[in-house]
Design a binder for this molecule. Sequence first.
Ligand SMILES: NC(=O)c1ccc[n+]([C@@H]2O[C@H](COP(=O)([O-])OP(=O)(O)OC[C@H]3O[C@@H](n4cnc5c(N)ncnc54)[C@H](O)[C@@H]3O)[C@@H](O)[C@H]2O)c1
Ligand SMILES: CC(C)[C@H](C(=O)O)[C@@H](O)C(=O)O
Ligand SMILES: [Mg+2]
Length: 399
Amino acid sequence: MPSPRPACSRASTSSVTCWARTTPSNASRSPAVPHESTAFDIVVLPGDGIGPEITAAAVDVLHAVGARHDRDFRFHRHLIGGAAIDATGEALPAATLDAAQRADAVLLGAVGGPKWSDPKAPVQPEQGLLAIRKAMGLYANLRPVAPHPAALGASPIKPHLLNGVDMIVVRELTGGVYFGEKTRTATTASDLCEYSVAEIERVVRRACTLARTRRGKVTSVDKANVLETSRLWRETATRVVADEFPDITLEHQLVDSMAMHLLSRPRDYDVVVTENMFGDILTDEASMLAGSLGLLPSASLGEGRAGLYEPIHGSAPDIAGRGIANPYATILSAALLLRHSLGLEQEARCIEDAVSAALDAGVFTADLAPQGQAVSTREATAAVLAQLDVACPAVAMRD
Ligand SMILES: NC(=O)c1ccc[n+]([C@@H]2O[C@H](COP(=O)([O-])OP(=O)(O)OC[C@H]3O[C@@H](n4cnc5c(N)ncnc54)[C@H](O)[C@@H]3O)[C@@H](O)[C@H]2O)c1
Ligand SMILES: CC(C)[C@H](C(=O)O)[C@@H](O)C(=O)O
Ligand SMILES: [Mg+2]
């Protein structure tokens, strides 16, 4: 297994030229043996809002990488979310789930939007996303946070706090309050938050395995001063680390103060493991370390090889259809797909280096750029495609 090393953009002129690589090969999932095959079936779920724009960008990049490396990526588009509700009445049609379960990997844009947000509607787009995660057993959602040196100016956090920040949040994805029983009367409502020991153990093990390939530190985030589920979480995490990962430094952090420390001393964190809802909220907050929601990719993994890859952001209805969404988070999610599901580490690095080089070259969409200097989604994608040559010369020659 290659040891983790920083990704250095060859085009970089910044004094900090290495973009910390946050997802070392095969580090966070069951052994991913490099694939013998050169043909791969990738299910693409564009979804709603900016989903179609950003998945189109990532597919373009995958096509280009596939062509350069003689890989046959076969894309199969299916419906999910609001688009699926409009067409079939269901947020996750059976045909979509079936295709996803047979694919080598799934690339998803985003779901949801005002068109489908009536709380009284029989089905909501977000249910499709939760259902596919659950049905595919994708319990570990890896959300790397490594601010790019060229984009530090877009962050509201002081640059001296950001240099060297390199963490991965491992968010539990198929349990907790998201999936507990819901009740509703005219005057009350409840959402049950439930976790089993087995659910906590497996995600903590995933976090510790990942930490072993990094700085060996795991921060477990909970609310053990109030919640029973958090007390079970803390107890279980402590036992798993003591029994199985004595080499890992484990610290516990309450989620409210974590929200503060994340911004005041983000460099201190290596692997952060937490339950479903805390992970959702903390990672949107952490995106401000990187400068934009549009920069953070994610990988949702289970025990099998196939995973689901999506940016952490949503369907951004406020900018949908305008061609200005930042495609980098989705393109970087495609890189995670190549690494974790297809075992194509070199190709994954190629994409990451190309995005890094595009950022170094100042190719910023509106979420990152000073007013008047922003490029469109397509221009940003074109810059990544152009940088594939610069970022991967050795691969280009080999092929
Ligand atoms: N994984 C998903 O499919 C997912 C994730 C989060 C939210 N959602 C859904 O998305 C809808 C909108 O939610 P929201 O507005 O709270 O969150 P959001 O992430 O869609 O948008 C929040 C803000 O960030 C901006 N933004 C997000 N992605 C961007 C990108 N790639 N480039 C530039 N700017 C970007 C948006 O324009 C908006 O101002 C809701 O229906 C929500 O349920 C879906
Ligand atoms: C849309 C919503 C169900 C989803 C979540 O909360 O998991 C989103 O916020 C995310 O971060 O992927
Ligand atoms: Mg979220």
